[in-house]
Ligand binder design. Structure first.
Ligand code: FAD
Length: 585
């Protein structure tokens, strides 16, 4: 697809823009950037005069970094984010200076798990709070032609057969105006007015806890640099009530900027955030008062577990927290939001350009309406406690952890198991990579989905089964290593084949001309444009050399054929039928 428009001309008469986005968080920012990159005219309105002013979501998984890579901005993220190596533990203790209960090697940094992560993706995980991610997404979107209006609040919309008329308020002047667009994306967060206006159905328990989020600067290196972690979890009296399960000190910048998270009862409302209250809390979690701190923000936060079972209506789509609000424990918030946009953006682009039928957009709902997550609490159980309401008892049980004898030995074993179980939170590599989409935007090949051979939440299992993510393999061009993921994406479908697959190249040229879209062909094998010197691709592709795999712009497999038919005509018919089916044409 061509690069984004750099002018401000309306998409076509009668429209102010092709797509109007409400919200500039991870979902809205990535949607604006993707659409602008794909050459779609896009306007983004956002309620406040600035992007995220507090760190909020931060764990940035490989799938999300792959989206940045596809957009050509992975280096911008890597430049500012905290690197993978410094995310290597999750530490459980009574306070930073206090008793350590154990550590979980996290985010694939355990030597036993590291290879799984390296094998699944060309990208590393990083820690990048929204204060880093949003400016990159939004400035790049603007550079590629997206128009952004700050201090502009979505008020409501009306849709008809041809488009959507949105009313917005300029919060600086108080004036209201309307924007006419073909489509609207509501990326307006957990209190989404767009989702409310659509009347989307929600399920889940709703507000499950309250948490105070306090951001402060303090050099805590002496307590943490030797056990680098993103999250330090503190077992203390009261820490298990509400909040995220325990008290947390979360690294924002190693090791000088922090977010303190402590629970409160949402029914009772947040306590008074006085300076003295915050200092006491920080001293409690650090375990000494021998440190200086400067508080930069304080906010109560309601932790929700709530998701929409339908995520769009007609020409209006919702993405991100507007449709799913997860407890933050395994970092799904912004990652899921960016994946929503990656799924929807190419579909909107193809429909707007007349390359796909509107039914392609139905697959967004089918592929992205919700799933959800796990628990806390085993650590207390390991100590033989149900809560921390009796500080004396907690103290006593913590002492047992260090005591000789049977009770100590049993408690230590239970604690090791409880902490190891946290891998489901901090090493859920399968949750990230094992999506198998089933919708009209995938053309099945009649084979059953390959069964998972290991725990599907923990372990990524690559396959080219239609609906799965294209497996990553390092191949080479002129001897230089590139990922198979680098050979697809960029807003276009791609056809992968190998030696003997010339009929597919001919078919792709014919189908591309018939349907009026780019359809690059990638041939991998000895003497081909790309070689497979490690043999990794041959081991992953699940087709013969002359088979073909059609990959969607979001790097999911749309269709595959095990081997080449006898003639180019036959290949053209097969490929044309599959692509028409996927595009709803
Ligand atoms: C205090 C706090 C701490 C958090 N910490 C974590 C964490 O540690 N880990 C984690 O995974 N997640 C965390 N989250 C959740 C995480 O921030 C979200 O999952 C993520 O931001 C979702 O991205 P989004 O783009 O969908 O929504 P948001 O980032 O919420 O963005 C919504 C956007 O919509 C705009 N907007 C809202 N209403 C309107 C309107 N009417 N008109 C126009 N614009 C509007 C807002 O200004 C904003 O730009 C936290 C959230 C909060 C509030």
């Amino acid at each position: 697809m061509p690069a984004g428009p750099l002018d401000n001309t309306p998409a076509s008469p009668g429209y102010d823009t092709d797509v109007l986005i409400a919200g500039s968080g991870p979902a809205g920012g990535s949607m604006a950037l993707l659409l602008a990159t794909y050459g779609v005219r896009v306007k983004m309105i956002t309620k406040y005069g600035q992007l995220a002013d507090t760190p909020r979501a931060h764990i940035t998984n490989q799938r999300t970094v792959e989206v940045f890579r596809d957009l050509g901005i992975e280096h911008l993220l890597q430049r500012e984010a905290t690197p993978w190596e410094l995310m290597s533990n999750t530490t459980y203790c009574t306070s930073l200076a206090g008793q350590e209960l154990g550590r979980v090697p996290s985010w694939g940094t355990n030597p036993r798990r590291h290879a799984d992560y390296l094998l699944a993706s060309p990208c590393t995980m990083v820690d990048a709070p929204q204060t880093i991610v949003e400016p990159i997404l939004v400035s790049q979107a603007q550079a590629r032609g997206a128009k952004v209006r700050f201090d502009t609040e979505y008020l409501g919309h009306e849709q008809d057969a041809d488009g959507v008329t949105t009313t917005a308020r300029d919060r600086l002047t108080g004036t209201e105006h309307t924007v006419r667009s073909r489509y609207v994306v509501g990326a307006d967060g957990a209190r989404s007015k767009v989702a409310e206006d659509l009347g989307l159905p929600f399920e889940g328990p709703g507000a499950v806890a309250g948490a105070l989020s306090i951001v402060f600067e303090a050099d805590l290196s002496r307590f943490v640099a030797h056990r680098p972690s993103v999250l330090y979890w503190m077992l203390q009296p009261g820490a298990d009530e509400h909040g995220v399960g325990l008290g947390v000190l979360r690294m924002i910048k190693p090791w000088t900027e922090w977010m303190l998270i402590w629970g409160y009862d949402p029914a009772a409302g947040p306590p008074d955030f006085t300076d003295a209250f915050i200092r006491d809390l920080a001293v409690k979690l650090v375990g000494t008062d021998d440190f200086e701190m400067r508080v930069s923000s304080r906010a109560p936060w309601t932790i929700n577990h709530h998701f929409a079972t339908s995520i769009s209506k007609g020409r209006v789509f919702c993405a991100g927290d507007a449709i799913h609000r997860h407890p933050p424990n395994n970092g799904l918030g912004s990652n899921t939001s960016i994946q929503d946009s990656y799924n929807l953006a190419w579909k909107l682009a193809h429909v707007i350009k007349g390359l796909a039928g509107p039914s392609l957009l139905d697959s967004y709902d089918a592929e992205r309406a919700n799933k959800s997550i796990a628990d806390t609490g085993r650590i207390l159980e390991a100590l033989g406690l149900s809560d921390t309401s009796d500080p004396g008892k907690l103290e006593e049980r913590l002492a047992v952890l260090r005591a000789p004898g049977q009770d100590g030995e049993k408690t230590r074993e239970a604690m090791r198991e409880a902490i190891a179980y946290k891998s489901y939170e901090f090493n859920a590599h399968g949750v990230e990579h094992n999506h198998r989409y089933a919708s009209g935007a995938v053309d099945p090949d009649g084979t059953p989905m390959p069964a998972f051979t290991r725990d599907p939440d923990l372990y990524a299992q690559p396959t080219t089964w239609p609906g799965a993510k294209l497996p990553h393999a390092w191949v080479t061009r002129d001897g230089v290593r590139v990922s198979t993921l680098d050979l697809g994406g960029k807003g276009a479908f791609t056809l992968f084949t190998g030696i003997g697959g010339q009929v597919w190249a001919q078919a792709a040229a014919a189908v591309s001309a018939q349907l009026g879209l780019d359809l690059p062909v990638v041939s991998i094998g000895p003497g081909q444009a790309y070689e497979d010197p490690y043999g990794t691709w041959a081991g992953l592709r699940e087709i013969a050399d002359d088979g073909a795999i059609l990959v969607r712009p979001d790097l999911y497999v749309a269709y595959r054929v095990t081997s080449a038919p006898a003639s180019a005509d036959e290949a053209t018919t097969q490929l044309g039928r599959a692509l028409r089916a996927v595009l709803g044409r």
